[in-house]
Ligand binder design. Sequence first.
Ligand code: ZN
Ligand code: FE
Length: 246
Amino acid sequence: MAALDIVRIPVLSDNYVWLVHDPESSTTMVVDPAVADPVLAAAAERGWTITDIWNTHWHPDHTGGNAAIKEAAKEWGGCTITGPAAEYARIPTLDVQVKGGDRVRLGNHVADVWDVPAHTAGHIAYHFAEDAAIFVGDTMFAMGCGRLFEGTAEQMFANMQKLGTLDDATRVYCAHEYTLSNARFAVTVEPDNEALAARLAAVEAARAAGEATVPTSIGEERATNPFLRAPDAAELGRIRALKDAA
Ligand code: ZN
Ligand code: FE
């Protein structure tokens, strides 16, 4: 099985849209298109045609490009939009509704759908186990986690625990460049964590040079993410509230 080709497209102020191409089947999928034009351009530049859109949750900065990409895709046979069944009413462009335990395919690459409610009530993630990659939307960020808009600290704690079962090498594709802000907060939670201090310095240098800092990996997060490292839901809730107020 040929490796997936995964392209990061920065859009809006801090969103990342992920373009995922399977060379064997010539299928190309977009995770969470906030907007359409830069995504269509990135695909066209590579000679790819978008066949699928996968949404992680209903927020407009993850679904705003759905309709326009679908319209453009009529030119090459259309594209299928897959997303969370629990948020169907809020994503009117959905063609296929999925939930935790379902499997979705991109060519021969299979992704397991995970239910990861908390940021939104129906938030899902897509885990390509054989590719060691997971698309988490706004559930986990580098050294951070999503805000608890429609769920609880208990739910987010469960999500972090489940992500923590993955191998260190698993790449985590999140939807925002929040890394520097998260790192600066994380060092206040874990002032004695040397791996975290080193990562903050590396991230400061990368951002100063205009470089992106994601994807991250489960191994890096296991060492430096205070939300993944929180011992219980109460502690996760406590630091999430502190970060919200920061
Ligand atoms: Zn969101
Ligand atoms: Fe978002």
